[in-house]
Design a protein around this ligand. Structure first.
Ligand code: IPE
Ligand code: IPE
Ligand code: MG
Length: 248
């Protein structure tokens, strides 16, 4: 089970309270800890959190700096807690544009938590799904012997192209298809997140701002997911076995 979350609404949460937007990001960082713990308890295999998009670089420098600082602090303060809970941290995104200091802290957090087997926590930073797809297409163009260049879409070519997309954003996850995508903050869009991986994802939109999201809301989203019938293009009750769970 792969759950992905677009953690949106930090800025509005703060503005509603007459606070600076950065206070919303601080409150949002606290929510991350709660939701990771809830995901472990719910036996989720992979949790991918959208922390900073490639388009978020266009925000004012002080806001960007604060988000990066919080991200750094999260990795430093949570790594030990993640080890205790069996959580493996993996940062996905372009990484090259992050500062050297932050990159070193990411590598440390990934190393320290590498043995985590209960949950893989993917943190998406400087992430762009369109960029991932373009990089995957570029890598394919350099690999003319690959079956994928035939243009045929079957399970094999789809899986190997999915691997190129995962590699482009440094994802270590073998099965990258998202089962459930949650977006908080009331907006109903994907904002360049996991476009390929969400091909058959169930989408759940929540009005609560991310700092107000907690275990109960997370559980409610999982219950909503359980009520949905996934058909993968087949008919009700006759789900094609070879596609169930590994949407191409
Ligand atoms: C999401 O919250 C967190 C980041 C993009 C870093 P926002 O900062 O987008 O909050 P709103 O949408 O402006 O309320
Ligand atoms: C998406 O939220 C990015 C993250 C939550 C990290 P945005 O707030 O950046 O998306 P838009 O601008 O509303 O589409
Ligand atoms: Mg937003």
């Amino acid at each position: 089970m792969h759950v992905a979350i677009i953690m949106d609404g930090n800025g509005r949460w703060a503005e509603r309270r007459g606070l600076r937007r950065t206070a919303g990001h601080e409150a949002g960082a606290r929510t991350v800890r709660r939701v990771v713990e809830a995901a472990v308890r719910a036996n989720i295999d992979v949790l991918t959190l959208y922390a900073f998009s490639s388009d978020n670089w266009s925000r004012p420098a002080d806001e960007v700096d604060r988000v990066m600082w919080l991200f750094r602090r999260y990795l430093q303060s949570e790594a030990a807690h993640c080890v205790e809970n069996g959580v493996r941290i993996s940062v996905i995104g372009q990484r090259e544009r992050l500062t050297l200091g932050l990159r070193r802290i990411i590598e440390q957090a990934e190393q320290v938590t590498a043995g985590g087997r209960r949950l893989t926590l993917q943190l998406a930073v400087d992430y762009s799904a369109r960029n991932a797809i373009i990089r995957a297409a570029h890598s394919l163009s350099l690999d003319s012997g690959s079956d994928e260049t035939s243009g045929d879409m079957d399970r094999g070519t789809s899986q190997s192209f999915a691997k190129r997309i995962a590699d482009a954003m440094h994802s270590q996850v073998d099965e990258s298809s998202v089962d459930l995508l949650i977006r908080t903050g009331g907006e109903r869009r994907l904002s360049d997140f996991l476009l390929w991986e969400c091909a058959y994802a169930e989408l759940v939109f929540v009005d609560a701002y991310w700092p107000d999201f907690g275990e109960a809301a997370f559980q409610a989203a999982l219950e909503e997911f359980d009520r949905r019938e996934r058909r993968f293009g087949g008919l009700s009750g006759s789900r094609p076995a070879q596609l169930a769970g590994d949407a191409i």
